[in-house]
Design a protein around this ligand. Sequence first.
Ligand code: PHE
Length: 431
Amino acid sequence: MGREEWSSTLGFILASIGSAVGIGNIWRFPYIVGANGGGAFLIPYLISVLLFGLPLMVLEFAIGRSTGKSVVSAFQSLGQRFSVAGLAIVVIVSLILSYYLVITSWVLAYALFFALNRPVDFGAFTGSYLPLIFFLLSGLAVFLTVRSGVREGIEKVARYLIPALVVILLFLVAFSLTEPGALEGARFYLLPDYSRLADPGVWTAAFGQAFFSLSVGMGVMLTYGSYLKRGDLFRSASIIVVADMLIAILAGLMIFPLVFTAGVDPAAGVNLAFVTLPSVFVEMQFGMVLGALFFLMLFAAALTSAVSMLEVPVATLMDSYGYPRKRATLLIFAAVMLLGFPSALSYTALKLEIFGTPFLDLSDYVFGTIGLIVAGLILSIVGGWYMDRTRIYAEIGGCRWQQRVYTVLIRYCVPIILLITLLGSFFQVTG
Ligand code: PHE
């Protein structure tokens, strides 16, 4: 049997947008902007996306398409020691998925509570054992999607959910901007404070956010590229990147006007999505409907991202160990649920903590921040320095000088930026 394939370039682009657009866009991006100099943050963000995120995405697509394999097998063609590097990436993605699913499950629960007109208190909800049921449910949704295959599962789900997400988002933005606090909210969100650009922490925050939001450096785009036969990679990647940025910026334009209209603290972190916004919805006219729509949209975004993460280890089992898709999916699903269990339990009455930090927050730091950068480093170094350049360029196309610029970006700029971000992340904890 030949390798699975997307049904069209559009299907591939939608699935990739599905991977990129996630919790990182709708919830994380807005509060990071708010906390890092508002509109001024868009400058380092734009630079990181265009100079580092986009080239890395194109590289991943090119490796995937030229080898027709997922990470481990693609690396293995370079020699056995490289397959260990590939395996490290696969493990990191699986670990990120294990806690990403926990947050996805909270989103699902909130969507349901609002739809049923029964909003809950965050502490009361997470303190119960209800989150475990939702953890299982969202895991199942991801499992069933990936199990159905590239075209019938991943692509189909993205084809429905991404347009739906955009429609809901546009509706919510339009609604928010007519609220009385719209101007004040937009000002908090976008008014540039250029003095913040002198703070290196703002820059590393932008780099980290760009890599996370674009799903690059983790073999996800590589795997998706391996199911693609034709089409201009640079063009596809540009569309995905622009869509990802637009959706992130729009998300802030819906959130902050609501927060300022309600006159509550524009909190950052977990509180913004699960405490502040729900409290705003509860007080508003039509708040239940708006809340249900918001969390439904967030769930669509999270689901398609989680699906892309699960596909990485599943494709590895299929490519490197010859497992059939269904068995591979079941095995990895079970492993990820087990791995995620401590995170799922960390806010429950059991309070699973290490040195006073909930396991979930710890996973977010160790896997989602540090692990993500390490994976990106491995990918850019192996891809930039060891892969056959002529083969990669044959996939990407472009003229001589473009290829030269591209080589410099991938070989030098991306790894250096990732190293700096890694150092910055260590300081973030100690400082
Ligand atoms: N890009 C996704 C988001 O913004 C998260 C993600 C990271 C997805 C890594 C796949 C791989 O939420």
